[in-house]
Ligand binder design. Structure first.
Ligand SMILES: [Zn+2]
Length: 130
């Protein structure tokens, strides 16, 4: 299936988290990723470094059980985003969005969840149910 709502999701999260872009170091992000992965029973074989000039904040590869972050580090919402790919085993479809919101609610907070959900709805993002 094509990644039909990728850019809508990106745009919603950019707006929702515009003032929450505090980067933690790559190492801190890796530790937090392992902690959260454990909570959700996600098997992660590796957390790698994305190439320096990558335009991505992170990259998830559920098929080889790995996640990459750039060496500059990552934010909490980027971690939630990448782990949601593993839980949904999908790109940015409705089930991904449902997991993303669940992770944000559990690990970042209710307000962050509501803000992201509002922005997703404004963008016309389809949110599945779990
Ligand atoms: Zn993504």
């Amino acid at each position: 299936m094509i990644d039909f709502q990728q850019y809508k999701v990106y745009s919603a999260e950019r707006r929702a988290f515009a003032e929450h872009n505090n980067l933690m170091s790559w190492r801190e992000a890796a530790v937090l990723t392992r902690e959260w992965a454990k909570v959700w029973g996600i098997e992660l074989r590796a957390i790698n470094v994305l190439s320096e000039n990558s335009k991505w904040g992170g990259q998830a590869s559920p098929w080889n059980k790995s996640i990459c972050y750039p060496s500059r580090g990552a934010t909490r919402w980027i971690i939630a985003h990448e782990l949601a790919h593993h839980l949904a085993n999908d790109r940015h479809g409705p089930v991904f969005c449902a997991w993303y919101l669940r992770l944000v609610q559990n690990h970042i907070g209710k307000y962050a969840d509501e803000t992201l959900r509002k922005e997703m709805i404004k963008e016309g993002v389809q949110i599945g149910t779990l």
